[in-house]
Design a protein around this ligand. Structure first.
Ligand SMILES: CSCC[C@H](NC=O)C(=O)N[C@@H](CO)C(=O)O
Length: 670
């Protein structure tokens, strides 16, 4: 079959590996295989299994619904997992020897975490338990045959909604255990302070370590979780940490003599490096073993001998697997870990370690969604799956090209990547899209992105970058935008444009810019500062910092960390940094897009700017993605396609070459 550009339909053919769980003896890997179903327009998850030599690759648990969260019992004889079917989620256990599964219990909505006790006799998880909220005022008695409007929603919490979840019911996460021998789940924590989904068994199986912010009105305060230990026999809870700053992800060593976890001292900065700490089993004598790394770390996991801790960190736009000894001597194991999403090229990935030091991880590249990779203790690697060989063989995809340039602001080295359209010829001139990431404290990298690939397939050179403020370059680089966002990240982005123009194959009259969330902020800021782009697409932005910090789902967070004071204390600063303050300058035709249910950057942000552009006579269009929360592209596959198609349609409408009847970018997708 002839090689062709990526098409919209391909998004329903691509698959990705996630959550690889290596068996304790290293002999097999169970993982979650994710695919996009064209009939239901949903991303499906199914547990598959593959031998460490690549043999026996098969779906492990065929049946109704979807399966996920595979977790090996300590002896490797059983695999716990969750199955969701007809909106019911059950906890099930497969016995490998006979292939039989049994249902242990039905799990409530909001379940998170799943972990075997060290002796393999119990499983623990966290789940939400509702509690009574403030009552509405009294109304006349009603009988069942009356049909009244819903009662008032009365709220006293500062934080009462969360993007992706909606309005939050009253209540907290609590911890549960169930005995494999049978019986009902037992609720371990049962108080107003609650627990969290972030927990681990103690080595002797008598306690659970968990991370939770147990302060009464934690939703109104700066985030500050602590580590706690609950004794399973007595229910007694001991708090092990107390510094100002979050303490999360408790991981006791296999022999129980040490406790590792993640956290940082909160200095109210926009960005903090999350460090890996080790202390005694009660949290005493903590020391950071990654202080010198100058990167945030995640997903710590002990080696079986308790001498090493494996973890992930982002470095220069890629997610790396590394391990450290207890003195902080760090060795890098694997590069190119890749998340299982098809949207924008953010960093990510996951891994697990067997008792004998073999590692299973999700690894991909800019031209390949993640597969499962096995790494031996000596560092040899073997690719265990090839989930997309059939599709990728048909598609013209060149690896992302890494580029660097000096920021015009201060000469700082900035990194980015370029995707070239199929048939790219540097002797011709090409239209270019600058695509900007959000966060703003996050990172892009050379990971597979169907969104950006569809833009390249439509005939554009696509440039994406990590301007100052991005993670994966250290504390100082990220905090160059502390209390100064948007700021000189603008110059870094303009530097990318000039760098590309300097290479001689970009048509300066056919520059386009888009970005989502934090990238929407910067796109709106760009068009307020320059008219050099032929068209722009501002996706789910913040337009007005005053309305945003008081109406987003995290009113307790943004004003504290991204500004020096509250909006009513320094309205000028909020206005100075709001893209709305520059809307009077804008002449660039600008598409506005947002998820109709977005609670992170609420749709009023997008709509304010749309109204202002309209009132000012600037060509604009509003695209609302119905029912979508903030994560538009990774929620339903068709939303990813809609987002890209609407942006490309807008750019084509305002492409000077198209208007002059010249060479339009090819519409590869329809
Ligand atoms: C600029 S306001 C915060 C927006 C959001 N940050 C955290 O939630 C954001 O930029 N999200 C990014 C991903 O981090 C996105 O692309 O949606």
């Amino acid at each position: 079959q002839a090689i062709r550009p990526l098409s919209q339909e391909d998004v329903f053919r691509l698959e990705a590996a996630a959550d690889p769980q290596i068996a304790p003896d290293g002999g097999m890997v169970a993982y979650v295989r994710r695919s996009n179903d064209i009939a239901t327009d949903r991303t499906r998850s199914e547990i598959w299994i593959v031998g460490a030599d690549g043999s026996g690759h098969r779906q492990l648990l065929p049946g109704e619904g979807e399966t996920g969260s595979p977790r090996w019992s300590p002896d490797g004889a059983q695999l716990a997992y969750v199955r969701t079917h007809d909106e019911t989620t059950t906890l099930e256990v497969l016995t490998l020897a006979d292939g039989a599964s049994r249902t242990l219990t039905t799990l409530p909505a909001g379940q998170s975490g799943l972990a075997w006790s060290p002796d393999g006799t119990q499983l623990a998880w966290a789940a939400f338990r509702p509690a009574a909220g403030p009552a509405a005022a009294d109304l006349p008695e009603r009988t069942e045959d009356m049909d009244w409007a819903a009662g008032a929603q009365v709220e006293e919490r500062l934080s009462f909604r969360f993007d992706g979840a909606g309005e939050l019911p009253m209540g907290r996460q609590q911890l549960f255990v169930i005995d494999l021998a049978g019986g009902e789940p037992r609720q371990l924590t049962d108080d107003e302070a609650g627990a969290g989904g972030d927990f681990a068994w103690s080595a002797d199986g008598r306690a659970l370590y968990f991370s939770a912010d147990r302060r009464p009105d934690n939703g109104a305060l700066a985030p500050d979780s602590e580590l706690h230990r609950i004794d399973l026999a007595t229910g007694e809870i001991e708090t092990l940490t107390g510094r100002t700053g979050p303490d999360t992800t408790p991981r006791p060593s296999p022999d129980g003599t040490q406790l590792a976890w993640l956290g940082y001292d909160d200095h109210r900065m926009g960005y903090h490096n999350v460090e890996l700490y080790v202390a005694g089993p009660d949290g005493t004598g903590p020391r950071s073993v990654t202080a010198e790394l100058d990167r945030s770390v995640s997903a710590p996991q002990w080696s079986a001998d308790g001498r090493m801790i494996y973890f992930l960190y982002d470095d220069s736009g890629q997610t790396r697997l590394a391990r450290t000894n207890l003195e902080g001597h760090i060795e890098i194991g694997l590069d190119d870990l890749t998340p299982p999403t098809f949207g924008r090229p953010y960093t990510g990935g996951s891994f697990s370690v067997s008792m004998n030091g073999h590692v299973a991880a999700t690894v991909g590249s800019s031209i390949r969604p993640p597969d499962v990779i096995l790494m031996s203790p000596l560092g040899d690697t073997r690719v265990l799956t090839s989930l997309n060989e059939d599709v990728l063989a048909e598609i013209d995809l060149a690896p992302a090209e890494e580029i660097h340039w000096a920021s015009p602001h201060d000469g700082l080295d900035i990194e980015g990547w370029v995707l070239y359209p199929p048939g790219f010829d540097p002797a011709r001139e090409w239209p270019m899209i600058l695509e900007i990431h959000g966060g703003p404290f996050s990172a892009y990298g050379p990971t597979f992105s169907a969104e950006l690939r569809l833009m390249a397939a439509a005939g554009y050179v696509v440039v994406y970058t990590n301007p100052r403020g991005s993670t994966s370059y250290g504390y100082d680089f990220a905090n160059l935008i502390h209390h100064d966002y948007p700021g000189h990240d603008y110059d870094d982005l303009m530097g990318a444009v000039d760098h590309m123009i300097g290479r001689g194959f970009i048509d300066e009259d056919r520059l386009f810019v888009t970005g989502g969330s934090g990238g929407g902020v910067l796109t709106a800021w760009i068009i307020g500062n320059t008219d050099r782009f032929a068209a722009a697409a501002v996706v789910k932005p913040v337009i007005n910092w005053t309305s945003f910090v008081l109406y987003s789902d995290l009113p307790q967070f943004f004003y504290r960390y991204w500004f020096a004071s509250a909006p009513w204390e320094d309205p000028e600063e909020y206005w100075r940094r709001s893209p709305l303050s520059l809307v009077g300058n804008v002449e660039t035709p600008t598409l506005m897009m947002v998820g109709g249910a977005d609670l992170r950057t609420p749709r009023a942000e997008t709509e304010q700017y749309y109204s202002a552009l309209h009132l000012n006579g600037v060509p604009t269009r509003l695209v609302v993605i119905p029912d979508s929360y903030h994560g538009i592209s990774n929620s339903r596959p068709s939303r990813l396609l809609t987002k890209v198609a609407e942006i490309l349609r807008w750019f084509e409408e305002y492409d000077p070459a198209a208007q002059a009847g010249g060479s339009e970018p090819e519409a590869a997708n329809d």
